[in-house]
Ligand binder design. Sequence first.
Ligand code: GDP
Ligand code: CA
Length: 307
Amino acid sequence: MKVVLLAGGVGGAKMAEGFDGLEGVELSVIGNIADDAEFHGLWVSPDIDTLTYSLAGRIDRAQGWGVADESHRALGVLKELGADTWMTLGDRDFGLHIYRSHALAQGQSRSEIAAHVAKTFGVKSRILLPTDDVVQTRVRVAAGWLSFQEYFVREQCKPEVLELDYAGIAAAKPTYAALEAIAAADFIVLAPSNPLVSITPILEVPGLRAALGAARAPVWAVSPLIAGKVVKGPADRMMKALGLRPDALGVAQYYAGAVDHMVIDTLDEGLRAEIMALGKGCTVLPTLMTERAEKEALAAGIIEAMV
Ligand code: GDP
Ligand code: CA
């Protein structure tokens, strides 16, 4: 079965690991590039790297991001020299950013680089980018516009979000690989990632949403909100601030035009009738993923419910 997963960072990577581990599943993950930014002259792609490190077994499991067994000597030197070092980048991680930046300078595309890194690190699934162009989420808070990482890391998601913008998205071109994977898919799943800053900047790349609509595969989404709360991150507060219901029903309403079916947590069983009243299917499963077995059980449960 060809499964295409649209995914952000930590929540997306957990779901990707679940499908990646299943027998008979050929997984292509379309990752989010709108968190990308330049640091110290290097191009950093946090969500793609979280996917790659997770599927390669190199992730720092306790943190959910970054490389296991990491040190921060390079960052220490940068700090000593007066650079801004609020973005934590480890030494091994720096190696990847140096490689990516050099390959970009030599004219390789972002998706070629991502594919090479994934293959070299031993990732079985395909990691695709929605576009090779630069798209960057910007967040308006009371103090003005911030880059996504300024909001997320430097400001620790504390300021209230007033507006979101995906700079560059209107002019972005979808990658052929992403469009082709969507068209060839047997099953398309939106991971339990932040709907506003992980999934939307994928869906809004011109052509992507239309490709999902035209695909022969069913399109399902897994709610990142359980009992009205995030597992991690600002999705619930962001949704509330932007006038959306911060729960699985709010996620279903937000995705209404793009998905056929919602997967919600057992704690949210009470929302099932209202989700089905939107004209959507709805499957209730345990969706909290900590151990590998839980990730694979959720992926298997979703497939079983779909077929
Ligand atoms: P980021 O790019 O690292 O912020 O990660 P994502 O956008 O991929 O995922 C963030 C979302 O994942 C948050 O809204 C979390 O609530 C959700 N999430 C994280 N772990 C889990 C989990 O085990 N189950 C579910 N259902 N959602 C999760
Ligand atoms: Ca992210």
